[in-house]
Design a protein around this ligand. Structure first.
Ligand code: AMP
Length: 190
């Protein structure tokens, strides 16, 4: 079982590269951002609550996203493995994920951290905002807040996984194919 965490700041290319990795390694894609956006589209209570945080570029409370991941793991028991995209984003989420996966005897295989310069992140997000219509990708101050939240709450997870010898930094600059090649090489060696 291959359990990969695709890590990096907003705009690092996690979603794009997840598409490539799920195809190549036959994994199930679990993106908490996508799951939350579908709750919003369905107009559920969870979605309405989460939207308040997302509109500001703040993190949704840990228990909400942990609950979503827990139910997805439970409903995909026969999976070859998972690719976690945009999760975990806090130490509390990382600890909860370890507990859930260790309970099943299928721990995290590796954390792949896409490294991209800040200027490039902002450009990529603004471009994506034009195509996708995502409101949190269209406002520079919300983008800046998301990048700051990443540095404050999420990037410490690199140390968390490094302490387990599971952290791999990947150069996330260059073409989609070049970055996919780097990821593939690292995953194949796990
Ligand atoms: P993303 O699609 O990963 O860029 O996420 C969009 C927004 O959804 C984030 O700015 C957060 O508000 C929320 N979100 C997604 N994943 C998480 C998570 N693991 N923990 C908390 N909030 C999240």
């Amino acid at each position: 079982m291959l359990n990969l965490i695709l890590f990096g700041p907003p705009g690092a290319g996690k979603g794009t590269q997840a598409d490539f990795l799920i195809e190549k390694f036959k994994l199930i894609h679990l993106s908490t951002g996508d799951l939350l956006r579908s709750q919003i589209a369905e107009g559920t209570k969870l979605g309405l609550e989460a939207k308040k945080f997302m509109d500001r570029g703040d993190l949704v409370p840990d228990e909400v996203v942990i609950g979503m991941i827990e139910s997805k793991l439970a409903s995909n028991k026969d999976a070859n493995g998972f690719i976690f995209d945009g999760f975990p984003r806090t130490v509390a989420q990382a600890k909860a994920l370890d507990e859930l996966l260790n309970k099943n005897g299928t721990p995290v295989s590796g954390m792949l951290s896409l490294e991209v310069e800040k200027e490039e992140l902002v450009n990529r997000l603004l471009n994506r905002g034009k195509i996708s219509g995502r409101s949190d990708d269209q406002d520079v101050s919300i983008i800046e807040n998301r990048i700051q939240v990443y540095h404050e709450k999420t990037s410490p997870l690199k140390d968390y996984y490094a302490a387990q010898n599971k952290q791999f930094s990947i150069n996330g600059m260059g073409s989609i194919e070049e970055i996919a090649g780097r990821l593939s090489e690292t995953v194949s060696a796990l």
